[in-house]
Design a protein. Sequence first.
Lengths: 316, 513
Amino acid sequence: MSGVGDIVHLLFTANLWQATLAAAVLLLLPALGGVISERSGVVNIAMEGMMLTGAFFAVVADLAWHNPWLATLVAIVAGGLMATIHAVVSIQFRADQIVSGIAINIFAAGLTVFLVNRIYGLQDVGHVGPNELLPYVDIPALDQIPFFGQVVFDQNIVVYIALILLVATHIVLFRTRLGLRIRAVGEHPQAADTAGLNVYVIRYSAVITSGLLSGLSGAFLAIGISNTFVPNMTDGRGYIALAAMIFGKWTPFGAFIACLIFGLGQAIYDNNSIIHVSPYLLSMLPYLLTLIVLAGLVGRATPPAADGLPYVPGSE
Amino acid sequence: MTDAERLAVDMRGIVKQFPGVLANNHVDFSVRTGEIHALVGENGAGKSTLMNVLYGLIHPDAGEILIHGKPTHLTGPRDAIALGIGMVHQHFMLIPVFSVGENIMLGREPVDGMRLYNRARARKLINDLTKKYGLALDPDTRMADLPVGLQQRAEIVKVLYRGAEILILDEPTGVLTPQETKELFVVLRDLVKGGKTIIFISHKLKEVLEISDRITVMRRGKVVGHLTTRETSEEEIATMMVGREVLLRVDKKPARPGAVVMRVENVTASSDRGVPALKGVSFELRQGEILGIAGVEGNGQSELMEVLAGTRKTTGGHVLLGDRDITTYDARTERDAGVAFIPEDRRGTGLVLSFSIAENSILGRERSSRFSWNQLLLKLVAIREWARRLVKEFDVRTPSIDVAARNLSGGNQQKVIVAREMGSKPKVLLAAQPTRGVDIGAIEFIHRRIVQERDEGTAVLLVSAELDEVRSLSDRIAVMYEGRIVSIESPDTPEERLGLLMTGGGKAREGAA
């Protein structure tokens, strides 16, 4: 019983919630990408691979140029390039989008390990210096708010960017012309096409955007939270982001709430040293939650009507 | 104005080759400004291909297109829209989860200074437009909540909003009730008065004669005739469409109904979405009669057929076959008890498309001793013999019985199903939309076989969205509305009265539950 007591105690510490938000943001970025991609009608399960690629190239670039901003840009571009592969395969060549996504995830895992060996030999990739990491930024005054200040306003710069992107994604999707078009393409591409929209351009942009966001998340993981690249360091987070997107019913804020829940699981696990529960049991937590979500136990969600269906012009 | 300028649309020598089929074979098609021009032809005649070419969705292999006398090159619907061409598709291009306003605006949305979608302005634009053309619509309703007639109206407004001068309407009346069709025709005449040009695609010849000024007839990818509506007749158009004389009316003797075979008592059932679809349906079906069910699609007809065929569970009531209670029977036991079923979705439920005609011809009967030894090994020789007989008897046009069902035309696919179901010598034949989407020749044939089946003593229950079909085939008509049979009528009941009953109006006459 003491384990449960420990967790309850932990829930009242600001440290835990600070870590929760950081862990949530790591998932939120690819989840937002997933929302955008799937709202346009392209199933994207390749966030894992895009994130991993982003993480790898962030470290490579940071070690080479000692500039975390440049490194982050490289990571974003790398994620975008992986997404472009998915877009070409699934939009242009109308391949099965699940298969394409899995292929990209496996490809990314192989590519990064291969490049590690190629570039760094059999040694460690090496560590990024403390001044070359994405910085933590305290927001003056606001970080003095008791409890809440530490949780929200004492965070990595990427956390703030992600929260802004969260609001922006919501506004774009549901309040702008562009968002209406993205959703139209994901619901009924024939209708969008006959209304004079370019289905392909919209879908390409949406899928590539999801890659950019996953790449950013990869950079946050490798040169924000961590300071090096380890093979397979994303550890299934891209899939958890996918679950968060479904849990959140393909909406940005819904996905964010799901990310917070998963993030909490992660944060509790990370604090396992001060609670008396098997760390192995705790490490299962996020994945267990994912399974529960994917099994549809939290209410069934309806995906966009044309999600996963390639568009063939002139078809009905 | 010269002749060329008076033509709103002038398509010359259009050729479009699809794998295995020449969909448009040097087609010439022209429409005068301000007329309603009907384009008629059977399925696969090439009407839709031609219109998709005109709308820029399909690129022709050869030919030229002149709009208002100017040669044009269409790379996509955007170009067509810019030239003032609008299309109302047979399958509506509407997004059910969007509002009416969003659907109409899509692609040309008004935005405010912040580039945000301007809902208030969208609403005003729509209200102006609907007032101008007398097409009342509420921009804020969710599209999925509108009845089909109003959805079509939204499609028309959508096209007008894009500034269309030439409107293409692809089978616009297929989904409408007679009343809705009348309203549509009023709208179309108003639009023409306002200077618009309309291309009306249809295979319902009565409507074509009523609404159009001129008619172009297509058959097998070619234009086979240009007609002036005033100077032609239903028979002449039908003959042109099919290429031989056809019998438009069903030729049948009065029914001689026998004993009651099937009794449906207060049956209730839910739809796929879990909402009540049948709310207490009762009727009797007699030997040697055709009971037709009329109704707007989605009023429980599909669910009723599925319940009777054993593929949908009831939530209450009883179904009796003779003295036997078959309420809980599944598809297999129903079949064994003598209920045959022609399902409405021929490609999804009627056939296994990748199976050959021979294999399809015994679906559901593969366990019978006639076609298998101990329900284990198929008697291939017997099956092939059987399939060959059906193909011959039901005039299925195919090079062999080994052809996959997928490669048959719609009419021939339907004939395979009809042959299989009638071939089982059923007591009750359930026919759901038996001629949907098949050509006139096949319709004529299937109608004749259904009547023949009746004359041999089978009890036939017919569901069709085509009121004409229900009226010409049935010996009694049950009108369904919102999960109930609201009235049972005689087949010579005027169309107007049936239409009224189908939409919840009118008073029941007899035995309605």
